[in-house]
Each structure stands twice: as C-alpha cells, then as structure tokens.
Design a binder for this molecule. Structure first.
Ligand code: FES
Length: 200
C-alpha cells in the first residue's frame, strides 16, 4: 500500500511537471532558448523574459517615434530648401532680394513681393509688360528656350537685350538660385493697353 501511494505520488508529480514545463518551453522556443529547460522554469527567468519583452517593445516604440521625428525634421528641412534666392534690380538700381518657391513664375514672385513688374495679360503671353533682363549669361543659359509665342512678344518689348525673357515664363528651379533680374526702365504694351492687374 505504501509502495502504491508512493508510485501514485511520483506519477502525479511527473504529470504536473510535464504540463508546467510544456508551457514555458513553448515560450522558450519563441526566440528565447536557454541551454536547459529547467532554466525556463526558474521564476527569475520568467521575470527577465517579461522585462526583456517590455524593454524590447519600449525600444521599438521609441525607435519608431524618433525615426518619425527625424523624418519630419528632414521633410521640413527639404521644404525650407524648396525656395531659391532671386534679386530684382529695379529701374533705379535698387535691389530686392526675395525667396521664390520652386515652380513659381518670376511674375507671380514679383507680385507677391510688391515688386513693380506689370504682367498686363497675367501670364497668357499676350503682352510684353513682364519683360525682365537676366543679368548673368550663365543663368540665362540655364533657362528653357523661349517658345515662338514668347519670342513674338519679346520682339515688342522695350529695351530688348540678348538676355531678355518674359517674367511669366521664367519658372523658379534650383539651378536658378542666385539669379539677378533687371527690370527695364519702361515697358511697352500693345496688347492690353492701360490694364494693370492687381497683385495676386
Ligand atoms: Fe503678359 Fe507675361 S504677363 S506675357
């Protein structure tokens, strides 16, 4: 009887041990594989496991946030760079240095900064009142070639020069950073006489 009791006790202990061990070995298999199964059963291991999982989750969260923050900083940095410096030199020789967003025409930029550049037809290539003279040939050569329509209008412009362009057709792009544009002493407007549009 004593022998039977003792055997039953050993069997019960063995079953309980087996069940308990299975739970934690499955956790161990998920990337945390200590050298012995007994190590998994130790309370200190369980505590360490949970602590490490928590730390890992916090690291990932922090890493995600800092990556997002640095991406935002990079994006805002690139936005800041998406303008170029343009100097308008008016007929009195006064210089106006402005920042022009990439993609904006020099006519729009002038209007936004209260620079006296007419633009009677508002960029529809029907006048020559937005005539500007690119002061450096180096920059003039970086511009797209003028279309036939622009050349036709330029032929009517007052004070035409080798580096004349229509301001509404000169679009800001990174290569034009630092360009200087002179405003002619007068403009001639055959197409839209007397009409001066309000700045945008
Ligand atoms: Fe008329 Fe530029 S605004 S052609």
């Amino acid at each position: 009887m004593l022998n039977l009791n003792s055997r039953l006790t050993r069997v019960a202990i063995s079953i309980a041990k087996s069940l308990f061990t299975r739970d934690y070995t499955s956790i161990c298999r998920a990337g945390y594989t200590p050298s012995t199964r007994n190590y998994c059963l130790q309370p200190s291991f369980q505590q360490n496991l949970l602590t490490n999982l928590y730390k890992g989750a916090m690291f990932e969260k922090h890493n995600f946030l800092s990556t997002t923050a640095s991406n935002n900083a990079a994006e805002s940095g690139s936005q800041e760079k998406e303008t170029i410096s343009v100097t308008f030199v008016d007929k009195d020789g006064e210089e106006h240095l402005i920042k022009v967003p990439i993609g904006m025409s020099m006519l729009e930029a002038a209007h936004e900064n209260d620079i006296e550049l007419e633009g009677a037809c508002e960029g529809s290539l029907a006048c020559s009142t937005c005539h500007v003279i690119v002061m450096d040939v180096e920059y003039y050569n970086k511009l797209e070639d003028p279309t036939d329509e622009e050349n036709d209008m330029l032929d009517l412009a007052f004070g035409l020069s080798e580096t004349s362009r229509l301001g509404c057709q000169v679009i800001a792009k990174p290569e034009l950073d630092g360009v200087r544009l002179a405003l002619p002493a007068a403009t001639r407007n055959f197409a839209v006489d007397g009409y001066v549009p309000k700045p945008h």
